[in-house]
Write a protein that binds this ligand. Structure first.
Ligand code: G16
Length: 559
């Protein structure tokens, strides 16, 4: 009985908070590839409700700390978004995405309370139990208003829950802080932004050893929060790696991700105009990289012969990392004990997959989204996972770390390889893809190999490819199977795509609805650039026709 009375008080407080942020009419929210994402102005009610779910999730997991990140990453500036981070720093467990979607779409406060109660009852959660939530945001103008909505919801619980605001920071830092906070051993690192920098800097210094100082590196920060992280991190490594930040304007309206950043470079396959105009890459042996708006992705590039743009994307980073780690494992004498694997998505260039396979490293293909790749990577002792768009990391299992720490090296070379493997596990963010941590990984490998971008690029030649966004009336009609490589709906469309692909040498193409933007993505690759372009256009046209046909059928008119 007492329990019911306590609940009533809590639900009254939640209702009062939720009443301040009603759900906008006519919008259906869904938890997509990386949480909720849409125009920031539509999101206050969603953010408040995600905060409520974070409390439930924490209570379900005995008070473990749950993260809430307010960001829309690579999306345009007017968009915003929110995602939940689970205790090990991973994306929210997938079965909970439905709960998030349910709460976000309740039309009224009364519906919201009923849904909240039903989730709590179904999962046997004591809604009066303690909970802990940590949150952060990126630099988007809509961020402060959305954080206010989050805080309004969390305030309804009073002192029953522990709440921590770590301010404006990158998505990977929030993931790190969540993981470190929940790490009972205390070995993962100090659970603060400063603790993150110290951990990365210490491991980086070990790995560079006497190879430093390294050549200056130009970093396009996409006019986002990565600019702050880069400047702060520089203080921890001094001149060991001079980081020359570009596109660091956090105050100019509309600048975020505009004509710059990892997504721009990967999609357009060209330098950001700002980088091209400044001529940063005209000096020989220079390379540069681009972060996205919340610094969880990175792609590299350089100009071959000072002229031709060459992209070193997530696939190239995966290859660089996997071969280097494979060599270290061999040098450490642990080939029989440590199973190394690579995880990619359908967007991985066919040449990269072939190249990795030829090196006898197993490759797994998963649907798009770090949440899928991360779990597949956990199945290896050391799992290298990267999406072609530059989102990825390397996971070391607890058993591998134990093996490395307890290994008894028989030579200085073995000892060195083991030391470097341990340091790699610390420089690489074990929670999620992280542009800064990946940057350090790449620079370390290049320094060890004595490579510049050209030598790195020589590993394999990408098949020419195109990635196109197609706007359709309703992207939810596009359903996929086989790790998103085939469409199951609209009916008949896949057969037409297959036919188009069969006419193109080394042709491959697939279609999937984006989980972060209101569009359908079309990927095409082929033996030549013009053939890839042609295939992308043909398949895009098929997609538009298919979508129009379904829309006409729904409207009861003839297509
Ligand atoms: C997010 C996800 C990535 C995904 C990307 C694009 O990245 O974390 O795994 O590749 O969206 O997804 P989609 O093609 O479904 O739009 P970010 O950097 O935007 O958070």
């Amino acid at each position: 009985m007492a329990q019911t009375q306590d609940n009533s008080a809590l639900f009254a407080a939640i209702s009062k908070a939720a009443d301040q942020y009603p759900k906008p009419e006519g919008v259906t929210f869904s938890y997509g590839t990386a949480g909720f994402r849409t125009l920031g102005s539509r999101l206050p009610s969603v953010i408040l409700r995600v905060g409520l779910l974070a409390v439930l999730r924490s209570q379900r997991l005995n008070g473990s700390t749950i993260g809430v990140m307010v960001t829309a990453s690579h999306n345009p500036e007017p968009d915003n978004g929110v995602k939940l981070v689970d205790p090990a720093g991973e994306m929210l467990e997938q079965s909970w995405e439905a709960h998030a979607t349910k709460l976000a779409n309740c039309a009224t406060t009364a519906d919201l309370i009923a849904a909240y109660e039903s989730i709590a009852t179904a999962l046997r959660i004591n809604v009066n139990a303690p909970a802990s939530v940590v949150y952060a945001r990126d630099t988007r103008p809509s961020g402060p208003e959305l954080i206010k909505a989050l805080e309004t919801g969390l305030a309804a619980y009073g002192s029953q829950i522990k709440v921590s605001d770590i301010g404006i920071t990158t998505t990977p830092v929030l993931h790190y802080v969540v993981k470190a906070t929940n790490d009972k051993t205390g070995l993962y690192g100090t659970p603060t932004i400063e603790g993150y920098y110290v951990k990365l800097a210490t491991a980086f210094q070990t790995l560079v050893g006497n190879r430093g100082p390294l050549a200056p590196l130009y970093v396009d920060c996409a006019n986002g929060v990565g600019a702050i992280a880069l400047a702060d991190f520089q203080k921890h490594i001094g001149e060991l790696l001079p980081l020359k930040a570009i596109n660091t304007d956090l105050d100019k309206a509309g600048a975020l991700n505009y004509q710059c950043g990892a997504d721009f470079v990967k999609t357009k396959q060209q330098l950001p105009p700002s980088v091209a105009a400044a001529g940063y890459l005209s000096a020989p042996k220079t390379h540069a990289c681009s972060f996205d708006g919340d610094a969880d992705r990175i792609v590299y590039y350089y100009l071959r012969d000072g002229k031709h743009f060459r992209l070193l994307d997530g696939d190239k980073i995966a290859v660089l990392a996997a071969l280097f780690i494979g060599d270290l494992i061999a040098r450490a004498g642990l080939t029989d004990k440590i199973k190394l694997g690579v995880v990619q998505t359908a967007y991985a260039n066919g040449s990269s997959t072939k190249f990795i396979n030829h090196r006898n490293i197993p490759v797994t293909c998963t649907p798009t989204g770090v949440k899928h790749l991360h779990h597949a990577a956990l199945r290896y002792d050391i799992g290298v996972y990267f999406e072609a768009n530059g989102h990825g990391t390397v996971l070391f299992s607890d058993e591998v770390l134990e093996t490395l720490k307890n290994a008894e090296p028989e030579s200085p070379d073995q000892k060195n390889a083991i030391k470097n493997l341990i340091a790699l596990s610390e420089v690489i963010n074990q929670a999620v893809g992280d542009a800064l941590s990946d940057l350090l990984l790449v620079e370390v490998v290049l320094a060890h190999r004595g490579y510049g971008a050209e030598e790195w690029d020589e590993s394999y030649e990408d098949l020419p490819n195109r990635l196109v966004k197609v706007e359709v009336p309703d992207r939810s009609i596009f359903l996929t199977t086989d790790a998103e490589r085939k469409l199951t709906s609209p009916a008949g469309l896949q057969a037409l795509i297959d036919e188009a692909v069969s006419k193109v040498e080394l042709g491959r193409s697939f279609v999937r609805p984006s989980g972060t933007e209101d569009c359908v993505r079309v990927y095409a690759e082929a033996a030549s650039s013009s053939a890839a372009e042609g295939l992308a256009i043909t398949v895009s046209d098929l997609v538009k026709e298919g979508a129009a046909k379904v829309a006409a059928e729904k409207a009861g008119t003839v297509a």
